[in-house]
Design a protein around this ligand. Structure first.
Ligand SMILES: N[C@@H](CCC(=O)N[C@@H](CS)C(=O)NCC(=O)O)C(=O)O
Length: 202
């Protein structure tokens, strides 16, 4: 049995998983089921009670919800990403992973807020999320020299998908302005086959 991925062509969290599948060369082992998370289909909710994509069903039928867990699992199935070091360098790398994931959570939250009926939108919430995104980008800019230019780790995949999502949904945010190191790193990373093949489609 193939693994089954509850997937989407716009979700940045799903994109992290789709990029990983391509980087690991696992495309033949995964069946994608394009899923509208708001439809609350029973098979999807059984795979992820949180009602969020991505969710993966392993070859053995195990339900694995959430992009970071899925990526960890996929790395046991074949191929190689750059693995995270042990020791103190590990925490710096995982910090960047958390910044990228948190930035995405803030960006998705902003998008959903903008889709609420006009009278129900909160400007203060949107502005709080935007500030979190700006600060996280500044923190990533300060450490952009640490991002790998070649075979990525889970950190580069998350940062790349986060920046790609800002390009897709928040062009007005102009994340490149005053962030030259991140801009230069992403220009190279975005050219990877795995990134080109998973570019979001509205
Ligand atoms: N922490 C989760 C976040 C996944 C997530 O927020 N997915 C969004 C789509 S981009 C979703 O399914 N949202 C529906 C909801 O939260 O109800 C992960 O890393 O996979």
């Amino acid at each position: 049995m193939k693994m089954k991925l509850f997937s989407s062509k716009t979700s940045p969290f799903v994109r992290k998983v789709r990029v990983t599948i391509l980087e690991l060369g696992l495309e033949g082992l995964v069946e994608e089921v394009f899923t509208d998370w708001s439809a609350d289909e029973p098979a999807f909710l059984a795979a992820n009670p949180l009602g969020q994509i991505p969710a993966l069903i392993s070859e053995k039928g195990e339900a694995l919800p959430g992009s970071d867990l899925i990526i960890e699992y996929l790395q046991t199935r074949g191929g190689t990403l750059t693995s995270l070091p042990r020791g103190s360098a590990r925490w710096a790398k995982l910090k960047r992973l958390n910044l990228a994931d948190g930035l995405l959570e803030a960006a998705v939250s902003m998008l959903l807020e903008s889709r609420r009926p006009e009278g129900e939108r909160s400007l203060s919430w949107t502005s709080r999320k935007q500030s979190a995104i700006e600060r996280s980008l500044d923190a990533l800019e300060a450490e952009a020299a640490e991002l790998l230019a070649d075979v990525p780790s889970v950190v580069e995949i998350a940062v790349g998908c986060a920046l790609g999502y800002l390009d897709f949904r928040f062009t007005a945010l102009d994340w490149r302005s005053s962030r030259p190191a991140l801009t230069a790193w992403y220009a190279v990373f975005a050219e990877r086959d795995s990134m080109a093949k998973t570019a979001p489609i509205a």
